[in-house]
Write a new protein. Sequence first.
Lengths: 80, 379
Amino acid sequence: MSTESIDADRTVDSRGATCPGPMMDLVGAIRDAEVGDVIELLSDAEQSTTDIPAWADESGNEVLAIDDAGDHYQIYVRKT
Amino acid sequence: MTHRIAIIGGGTGGVVLANNLAERLAPEIDAGEVAVSLFNDGEDHIYKPVWLYVAFGQREPADGRRPLAELVDDRVDLRIERVDDIDTEEKTLSAGGGTVGYDSLVIATGSQMDTESIDGLDEGGYHFYGESASTELRDELLSFTEGHLVLSVIGNPHMCPVAPLEFVMMADDWFRSRGLREDIDITYTYPIMRTHGNEHIAEWARPRLAERDIAVETMFNAEAIDPSDGMLTSMEGTELDYDLLVTIPPHTGSDLITQAGLGETGWVDVDSHTLEATEFDDVYAIGDAAAIGVPKAGSAAHYQANVVAKRLTSTVRDQQPTATYDGKTLCFVETGMDEATYVSFDYNNDPSPGRPSRTLHWSKLAYNESYWLTARGLL
């Protein structure tokens, strides 16, 4: 899915945070979100690109896209 | 013209900074060229690491509490007032019903518990992040003779990142020494796919938890607690029955930070080396209040306070500040009731826990006693 077509309900900016900061920020956002909401996570920790899909798989949420924006990643997750 | 330095928060960071500045800038303060004010909303300074020991009946809450007036240098204007607002444009604070101007501001407002964000947490879970909380947990532990004890790390970041591991290892030892361990199961849950946020500490902890027969549930983010059924449910769909639930609750920063617009979740974004706020002039944040990804630990606040004291001293003397924080953190890690190890790390060096020993345990207990010298700026 092209990230340009994804309309996030909330953006969580975790740039600068070390692991597990970005994932915990995402978990908190998903916890507060409604089912169907899309969270955009901004992270410059490469580990997020593997940790987030692993957690989404475990928790039943859906990673819509991971976009490499150069100096950070944009990770889109839908609460299911 | 007097350079006014205001410090908000009388915890480890704020007190060490105030005393450090009082010593470094004594000539300027005595000459009326610098004024250092420390604002705190209570009369006492609290040494929070004592609470873990309170839970196991090793200390009393009073052991971690002393009047700020006894700890803070007389050159510091100690103001027992709650700061209600900060205006970084006008460089003023609202406190005690009045407005106070500052030239340099240091925010050291620490962390607070958020036990309402998880259903059932207030009613169903105990914790050790407070005086009454740790005594309530102590009373519960003393009457707990059989069943399932679950330690669930719910909030992250949280104060003292090794405390959850310390708690389960101390509990294991404590119950064994009382002849109860065979009747008590212990489970440790952590939100990510390993046993600790730091992978080196996680690698060290995993086999130690296993050899003590402490069950581990990783990738476990608590979603709801049902106190009536003794059930803890995770966002990942795991259900855990418990008889005694001890949690690391979600933490937030100070409401003051949020209300003043300095940070959405109560933490202030600062440069990880200079500790200067990235979006506000002449504002620093140290300790838990600083959003820089280092552990929310007293040692980090202590080292950061020393850096900011040097930078502010340079500033008031019209010199270029050069002191920077390197991420240094040092934590003792209790691995039972009579042994401990420690971790020391910074931005460039990873922690490497050593072999636990009684010597290190007694070193930790000795430091608990000598901490008051740290607070006074002497150690």
